[in-house]
Design a protein around this ligand. Structure first.
Ligand SMILES: [Zn+2]
Length: 352
């Protein structure tokens, strides 16, 4: 799936698990002013964010191309978190979960490094597949094998989809795993009954004795943000192209609530989504008069602060840019194809 380089930026309901096609009611079609702003951002958004660096705490790179990685690096994305999620069709056995988790801490991390982007991940059983209980039981067995690996910054993305009893059971079991491993929790909130699902996600986390500061509630909107912030949780927002909710709403949310404990992400995956959503939204915020410090917090620092509680994020690993060495291999495999010259950027001068 190619990213859409100059799409309009809109906040939207995430598609990570979009088996339901129901659309949320549109209360808002883009105004003429918004349209104009969007066009301006499209034209040269990189101009607005030259001095910014970004951290996208929710993106599914396994589904994306090397062009995406390159464009993300060019836009100033220094580091990302890839949550384990649903692949668009149900898995049929535990072995494919195992291989998927292995790829998140292995090959995908390597692929990311080849573009100078530091790659972290969260590991968990997604809510959709929690409904296959015999398989879910087997997945629970292997989760601890991955949760303690280097670069795993949380348990995620977990939570509710249809809010079934099975989802509740495996959400709770995984909260316990997070508690034991002292890892943050990345919570996917449902698209339907979002408000109820979000409240329930938080109530159950509290019931399990988890401190709200260790929980990132994802895919918020105007209906949920106040309660999430009031209760002391982190509030993440997913920005997607081509939805009916206007991009200006993210700007309004930051204006209204301030930047504290708010973070934005692209949640780009195998569906129509935009891996550049974070830098593009930063450009929009810049245009709309949000302070540089507030932009820095919601597009970089807050995500780091939240997930660094895992003890697995060292900012110096990426803050001043990453070294790229495409002559490296992963288990003998490379991103280069026959005859291609590896790109080698080193910080020191004259290394050939
Ligand atoms: Zn996702």
């Amino acid at each position: 799936m190619q990213y859409l380089p100059l799409v309009r930026i809109y906040i939207l309901y995430p598609m990570c698990q979009k088996h339901h096609t129901s659309q949320h009611p549109s209360h808002f079609e883009g105004s003429a002013e918004e349209q104009q702003t969007a066009n301006q951002v499209q034209a040269n958004y990189l101009e607005y964010i030259k001095d910014f660096k970004f951290f996208d705490p929710h993106i599914h790179m396994t589904s994306r191309t090397t062009d995406d990685y390159q464009a993300m690096a060019d836009a100033g994305i220094l580091a990302i978190i890839e949550p384990a999620f649903w692949l668009g069709q149900p898995r049929t056995g535990v072995a494919t979960f195992k291989d998927y988790y292995s790829s998140l801490v292995g090959w995908e991390r390597f692929r990311s490094s080849q573009f100078g982007i530091k790659h972290y991940c969260t590991i968990g059983l997604n809510s959709r597949e929690a409904n296959n209980e015999p398989l879910a039981e087997q997945v629970m067995e292997i989760l601890p094998l991955f949760l303690y690996k280097e670069g795993v910054v949380g348990v995620g993305e977990i939570g509710y989809d249809d809010q079934t009893a099975a989802e509740d059971k495996y959400y709770r079991l995984q909260l316990e795993l997070a508690k034991e491993a002292n890892l943050p929790v990345q919570v996917h909130t449902p698209h339907r009954d979002k408000r109820k699902g979000t409240e329930r996600s938080m109530a159950v986390a509290l019931e399990h004795g988890i401190d709200p500061s260790m929980v990132i509630i994802d895919h918020n909107n105007e209906e949920t943000v106040k309660s999430v912030l009031d209760k002391g949780f982190w509030a993440a927002f997913t920005i997607y192209p081509f939805t009916k909710m206007g991009n200006e709403r993210m700007v309004e949310i930051v204006k209204q609530y301030g930047p504290e404990r708010i973070m934005i992400n692209s949640a780009a995956d195998w569906g129509i989504s935009d891996p550049l959503a974070v830098p593009k939204t930063a450009a929009l915020m810049q245009m709309k008069g949000i302070s540089a410090e507030a932009i820095r917090l919601v597009t970089y620092q807050n995500a780091i602060d939240a997930f660094a509680q895992s003890g697995q994020i060292q900012v110096e690993d990426f803050a001043s840019g990453n070294t790229i060495d495409q002559s490296k291999t992963f288990n003998g495999n490379t991103i280069l194809r026959g005859g291609q010259q590896p790109r080698v950027d080193k910080n020191s001068l004259f290394i050939r």
